[in-house]
Structure formats: C-alpha cells, structure tokens
Design a protein around this ligand. Structure first.
Ligand code: UD1
Length: 427
C-alpha cells in the first residue's frame, strides 16, 4: 500500500501531456473481440483498470502485447464466452465484455461488475438492451452471475430511460453484429461513445447518429482489424485544471480535448480562471491553457449527462469551491452516493454541508493539511487537488483508488511544480 504526501499552498506552472482516456480506452478494448484478427490501439493509458481489462481479455484467449502506450490485441483465438470472476469485480467496465461476447459468440456469462462505490449502479439497462436484441438473459442475483445467449441477435429499437454510458456502449457492442437494424433512443452522448462508434466504424460497423441521442446501427456479418488512437483523457485533464483553479498558476495541458470540455471550461472561467485552447500547428485545438490568480469565485453547479458538467469532476470541484470567496452550491444528478469525499475534505478545514443530492460549500480563505483517505477514484483525486491548495502537509491513503484511473498523478503534478510524492505507507 502506498500513500501520497503533498506540501501545498503554492501555484502550479508548466506544461504536461495528458494520458489517454480511461473511459475511452476500456470500451474499445472490449470491442476488440468483435473481430477475429488484430487491432492496434495507441495512446492506451498505463492504469490499473486497463491492466485489469487486459488480464480478462488474456484469460478468454486473446493475445495482448503492449509496447509503450500501444496495445495489440489478437482476438483470433477467443476460447469461450465465460468471463472468470476474479478481475470482473474489480472494475465496472468488465460488464462491457458481455455485449462484445454476445455480439461475437451469441453467448456470454459473467459476474456482477465492481467499480467505485458511488451509488447502487444497477445493470438493468444493459440487460434490457440485450433482451431487446433477442437475447435470453438469466440473472442469479444471489450467486452474482449473469448469463445471456441467443440463437441469433436481431436488431430492434432500444429505448433507454436514462442515457447510461455503459448501457449505450453495451447496446452498440451487441448490435453491430446483429441481423438488421437497431435504433438506440435516449443514448448517452459522452465523447467516449463517439470514440467507440469511430472505432467500430473503422472495423466495418455501420453506425449513424454518432454524438447524438439516437444511434442507428445496420448490422453487418463480420468486422475486421484496425488501428486506432485513444483521445486524451478529459477527466484527468479536468482534474488538473481544477487543481490549478484551487491553488493558482499558469498551466498548459497538451492533448486535452478542448471541444469535449466546453462545460468544464465555462465553469472554471466562472470560478475566475482564464481558460483557452492551445492552438496546434494546424490551427486546431491541441490542448488547454489555464491561468488562475487569487481565490476562486463561488458558483452554482449541476452535474448531468454530457454535455452537462461531468459527475466525475464533481468531487474535484468541491476542492475548488472550498477555497472560494463565498457560498457555492453543487447538485449531483447522476450518482446518488457521490459526496463521500466531503467528510475527508472536512479534515482539511473545508466547510461543506450535504443534504440529499446537494452540497452547500462555504468557501474558506485557507485549507490546511491533514491525514485523509481516498474513498473512490475521483474523490481521491479531489483530495490531491485540495491538498495542493492547502497550507502544510497532507497525506492521502487509499491510493489504489487513484491508480485505477491516473497513470501517475504525482509525476504529472510534480512536472507542474507541485510538491507531491508517493511513499510506501509504513515509511
Ligand atoms: C460511466 C463512466 C463513469 C461516469 C459515468 C457517468 C466508464 C468506465 N465510467 O460509468 O466514469 O461517472 O459514466 O458519466 O465509462 N444506471 C441504471 N441502470 C443501468 C445503468 C446505469 O440505473 O443499467 C444509472 C446509474 O446507477 C447512474 C446513472 O444511470 O445513476 C449513470 O450511470 P452510467 O452512465 O451507466 O455510468 P457508467 O457507465 O457506470
């Protein structure tokens, strides 16, 4: 076990390149088994969740080779439709293999997925999508197992009552090799869905409506290998932008997807930061530049499905607003249990009250260092952001959560002048 030590209260400056997107990479890794050849995926982040997905792919017969950030997956020798239980419980995205296996083999057996404990996170909408495509779904709730199979998958209309990211991805994965046309209404519009559609399209899938809430898929009989580059991670980039907004500084985050981060940029501007695109040689946005002086301004914020403010950056925003010059309100509209980090922020002097899905934050001039615990992935990152803005030393334990999604948060923030180190916990 390791912990992160941070000596804060000092502005950040410099530039870093952002890692590839975690939430972009995981569905694409799952989708790689829909074809019987090899896919080459570049800019794959070196994080625990990717290792876990590669472990599962290997265990079902894929040959995975990694060279730097490039991962090759040869899915020609898929051995079976059963996903072993061990790794499945460690992360949420393991459920995406169900749609992909169903698409390729017309059967899949797995266990209920794990992931951050930020709400009940049912998978009813994933299973609804499989049923709509003609699969027979069996749940052994007590035993924790799920099985789905079909003689043939047949395209149909799938209406999602909430734009679930995972359910949209699973519906796509199962539908691309189904017979006939599938329409997904109420689809999630997160940029990671558009990446998945682009990847599937490159493998030969026929999808229209990418980026909208209505996706139409014309099933094809087979898909083929391709090469694809994962976009920069908008949530990791957003985490570093919040750290700068909390503590001040002048930072460029290269590879951050500016177009996909408009709402984040708007909110951070409202908090007083100057946020602008970094222009690449071709004149297009190639990253994000942020400058921040003084304390953040208070604001009201609501999370929601894309293009609204991402729930994954809600906890890091609490860190920002804990230092704001006044009272802020944050409403969480996606996960019902995503304010757990508040009690850790209290230990640093933050004044936050939570009532149901709303937090009221009375900004303080100063936060102070403390011993705190990361309770989930983004909550852990929020503690790091708060610690960078706090006076004195903070120690964050529970770092395994953070490692699930950030390649090396200490490396990145040290490159920006942050005084932050990872230690074995007993030193
Ligand atoms: C994905 C992201 C996660 C992000 C979330 C929302 C990945 C690996 N994770 O998670 O980082 O916070 O989107 O942007 O991409 N729900 C149901 N039934 C279902 C599925 C979902 O009720 O079958 C509910 C959930 O409990 C939650 C809401 O829908 O309240 C959103 O969940 P969803 O969009 O599915 O999130 P994930 O795909 O799990």
């Amino acid at each position: 076990m390791s912990e992160i030590r941070i000596c804060g209260y000092r502005p950040l400056s410099g530039e870093i390149k952002i890692q590839g997107s975690k939430n972009g990479a995981l569905p694409i890794l799952a989708a790689s088994i829909l074809q019987k050849g090899t896919v080459r995926i570049d800019n794959v982040p070196a994080i625990q969740d990717v290792d876990c997905m590669v472990g599962i792919l290997t265990s079902i017969g894929c040959r995975c080779e990694r060279e730097g950030s490039c991962l090759s997956i040869d899915a020609s020798c898929l051995e079976g439709a059963k996903i072993p239980g061990e790794d499945v419980g460690k992360m949420r995205s393991s459920i995406l293999l169900m749609g992909a296996l169903l698409g390729r083999l017309k059967e899949a057996e797995t266990w209920y997925p794990g992931g951050c404990s930020i709400g009940s996170r049912p998978i009813d909408l994933h299973l609804l999508a499989f049923s709509r495509l003609g699969a027979h779904v069996q749940e052994d709730v007590e035993g924790g197992r799920i099985r789905a199979s079909a003689a043939a998958l047949k395209g149909d209309t799938i209406c999602l009552p909430f734009p679930s990211v995972g359910a949209t991805e699973n519906a796509l994965l199962a539908a691309v090799l189904a017979e006939g046309e599938t329409e997904i209404c109420g689809a999630a519009r997160e940029p990671e869905i558009a990446s998945l559609c682009a990847f599937l399209g490159q493998m030969g899938a026929k999808i229209t409506g990418s980026g909208t809430s209505r996706l139409c898929i014309q099933g094809v009989s087979r898909l083929h290998g391709t090469a694809f580059t994962i976009p920069g991670d908008r949530i990791a980039a957003g985490t570093y932008l919040t750290a700068v907004t909390a503590t001040g500084g002048d930072v460029k985050i290269l590879g951050a997807p500016w177009e996909d981060m408009q709402e984040v940029a708007r909110v951070l501007s409202q908090a007083g930061a100057a946020v602008s695109p970094v222009k690449g040689e071709d004149g297009k946005a190639a990253g994000i530049h942020i400058r921040m002086e003084g304390r953040p301004k208070p604001l009201r914020l609501s999370t929601g499905p894309h293009p609204a403010f991402p729930t994954d950056l809600q906890s890091p925003m609490l860190a920002v607003l804990s230092r704001a010059e006044g009272i802020s309100q944050v409403q969480e509209n996606v996960f019902e249990d995503r304010f757990k980090t508040v009690k850790e922020l209290w230990k640093m002097g933050a004044q936050i009250e939570v009532c149901r899905n709303e937090a009221v934050i009375s900004g303080k001039h100063r936060l102070h260092g403390a011993r705190v615990t990361a309770l989930d992935l983004r909550g852990g990152a929020a503690l790091v952001a708060a610690a960078l803005a706090a006076e004195g030393e903070t120690r964050v334990s529970g770092c395994a959560h953070i490692e699930r999604g950030y390649e090396d948060i200490c490396r990145d923030l040290r490159a920006l002048g942050g005084r932050i180190w990872e230690h074995a916990q007993d030193t």
